[in-house]
Design a protein around this ligand. Structure first.
Ligand SMILES: *Cc1c(COP(=O)(O)O)cnc(C)c1O
Length: 359
């Protein structure tokens, strides 16, 4: 199936032509060519700029879920305590994934249409004393942005826990400062703001995190060990994907040459337009207030006169594809993904005109 005429799925997003063309190249073996490791190292430096960090950056195969697993399995063992700060499906997911391998996980839980309250997180963390605290920057299913990562990061330091953050659908589209927020492990995928196929995952890893990783000694396909010294040792734990690493380089250069501030503004403007046109049409925003809405994705309630499958198929008849939802939001809330290549006011206007005709 080809791309949608008006595609606003919140990932994978549309891949720009400059990036698509990379897959016409037939690269040599990334295992043995110095040129590959130079490119990998260049990507690491660009990602540090994107994330505002001096921490190590590793670039691995598999989309974002592979590094969510890597972060948990590389830092937690059976019986360890972890606290998942959650106001959404991905926040809850961290706890469920940890329990699956015997971790003692608790959830510091908030309604899905709100964001976490740091005071409650502090109370819970002081009582539970977790080894790892997880949080999610943009809860893509709810369309919210957790704006208090700095406060949660401080709490993690207070209780001497590692701070693991999923910024899969926000990094590059919303302000993020990994070092200021004290993020020990930051997680990113390629198919959201970076506008690449779902083939790469990226982690930022602090010295504190490496110390724990070296103690836990997890080994497995997605394990972090083996990735620490890739550019200097010229060795990766498995054969890398040269096309994808090159495409990542182009995507990062596109973002950084537009200027991070300008890219954030483009996302914010698109989100604002989406919310204001939605209000005009009579759509009801899912998040409780506008100030917690993510600049990368907007979640609205499905209009009352349609079921989600009806609404979806009517939109698709007109060439528009938006995102449905999962879990308790399934059938109730739909999402407009305006991240990366889709952070485009014209695209949003076109989409909203189609929705207007139906509502
Ligand atoms: C997209 C996304 C992921 C990765 O999940 P997939 O659905 O497998 O792409 C992880 N966390 C968040 C917040 C995401 O938006």
């Amino acid at each position: 199936m080809e791309r949608y005429r008006i595609g606003l799925i919140p990932g994978p997003v549309r891949i720009p032509e400059e990036i698509k063309r990379i897959w016409l190249n037939d690269y040599a073996s990334p295992d043995i060519e110095d040129e590959f490791f130079t490119l990998y190292h260049e990507d690491q430096i660009l990602i540090r700029r994107l994330l505002n960090t001096k921490n190590d950056i590793i670039i691995t195969l598999g989309e974002a879920m592979s590094v969510l697993w890597a972060a948990l399995k590389s830092t937690l063992k059976q019986g360890d305590r972890m606290l998942a700060v959650s106001s959404g499906l991905f926040g809850d997911g961290f706890a469920e994934m940890s329990r699956a391998f015997g971790v003692n996980a608790e959830v510091c839980s908030f309604p899905y249409d709100e964001i976490p309250d740091p005071e409650k997180v502090r109370e819970h963390a002081l009582k539970f004393r977790p080894k790892v605290i997880t949080a999610v920057h943009c809860e893509t299913p709810s369309g919210t942005l957790t704006t208090c990562l700095h406060e949660i990061g401080k709490i993690a330091r207070e209780v001497d826990a590692l701070f693991v953050v999923d910024f899969v659908s926000s990094a590059g589209g919303a302000f993020l400062d990994v070092d200021y927020y004290n993020i020990d492990i930051g997680l990113l995928g390629s198919q959201k703001v970076l506008s690449l196929p779902p083939s790469l995952s990226i982690s930022s890893i602090s010295e504190r995190a490496w110390e724990i990783i070296e103690k836990v000694k997890y080994s497995g396909y997605e394990a972090y060990s083996g990735w620490k010294n890739v550019p200097s040792e010229h060795l990766t734990p498995y054969t890398h994907d040269w096309n994808a690493v090159k495409a990542l380089n182009i995507s990062l250069n596109m973002i950084l040459s537009e200027g991070l501030e300008n890219v954030f503004k483009r996302h914010e403007n698109t989100a604002k337009l989406c919310r204001s046109l939605g209000r005009e049409i009579g759509l009801k925003l899912y998040p409780k207030s506008e100030d917690i809405c993510s600049p990368t994705v907007t979640a609205f309630y499905v209009p009352e006169k349609f079921t989600w499958p009806e609404f979806d198929s009517r939109l698709r008849e007109k060439g528009l594809a938006v995102g449905g939802n999962y879990g308790i939001l399934s059938g109730k809330v739909f999402r407009i993904g305006h991240m990366g290549s889709q952070a485009d006011c014209e695209l949003i206007s076109e989409a909203m005109n189609i929705i207007r005709e139906l509502c």
